[in-house]
Design a protein around this ligand. Sequence first.
Ligand SMILES: [Mn+2]
Length: 319
Amino acid sequence: MTRVRLCFHDRCFDGTASAALFYRFYREHFDKSAEFGFTGMTHKAAQPWVPGLFDGNENVIVDFKYSNSPQLTWWFDHHQSAFLTPADAEQFRQHPGAHMYYDPTYKSCTKFIATVANEKFGYDISPLAELIHWGDIIDGAQYASPEAAVEMVEPATQLALVIEAAPEDGLPARIIPELAYRPLKEMVELPIVAQHLGPLLKRHRDSIEILRQRCDARDGVVFFDVADLDLEGYNKFIPYLLHPECVYSVSVSASKVRAKVSLGTNPWNLANADANLASLAEQYGGGGHQRVSAISFDPTEVARAREVAATLTALLRKK
Ligand SMILES: [Mn+2]
């Protein structure tokens, strides 16, 4: 029997949806009885690909950085910062594996995998249309307004909240097989999801008040520091709801596994947004997309994270 190790971007709606889409595609197109193991990947200061991780007959990465391991058989990513080193990028360019796909022009990895599955393998993606649609809206920040992004009435945004902020580790990995086959409205009714929804919605509403107090909005950049609070999974659109005039946001947050500087662009105020935030983050060992990126530090390095955030805030305020 085929064993598939599927590594995906953990605590990310697009990463989890990408894994669900790949899971269903692989089962229906290649091997109905394949046995899957899911591993959620987090961006950390350390090298993410630990020895022994790729233990399947098929080893797959979706919505996360490339690995140069000869064990890797499938890779899909759409991040500008997709390679850990220039040597990895060169290896991919010279010898891309048969099933290695990279296109940073896609707004979501979910849509990218769907397109490849459909165009290269003739796979019918229409039963997954809802998941693909919301992957693109959420990862591509294509909401009509900051209110729509923050109000949390759609099942997709509620599920995204639980995926990003549930207190228990490993929840996204456990819902992947369900997400591959169920409508989103049913997903938020599953006990594993529903039990977190009430407390997380309250935390979300409270976080709007916390950010209202902490935001320092000047010269087109809103800065806030919540590293002293358990708030890493805050909704990244709140700063633009509170300060619609701002073009960029910079924040410092912290969790058990990392300290983090997040950089974002206001999706509703793009007229003057010409900074490439992935390139800025790459200078400090981070990465992401042009309009949204992050830098991870060791959990003990909050002071260093604050220093980098202050430098980047000053730089973006001069733009
Ligand atoms: Mn993504």
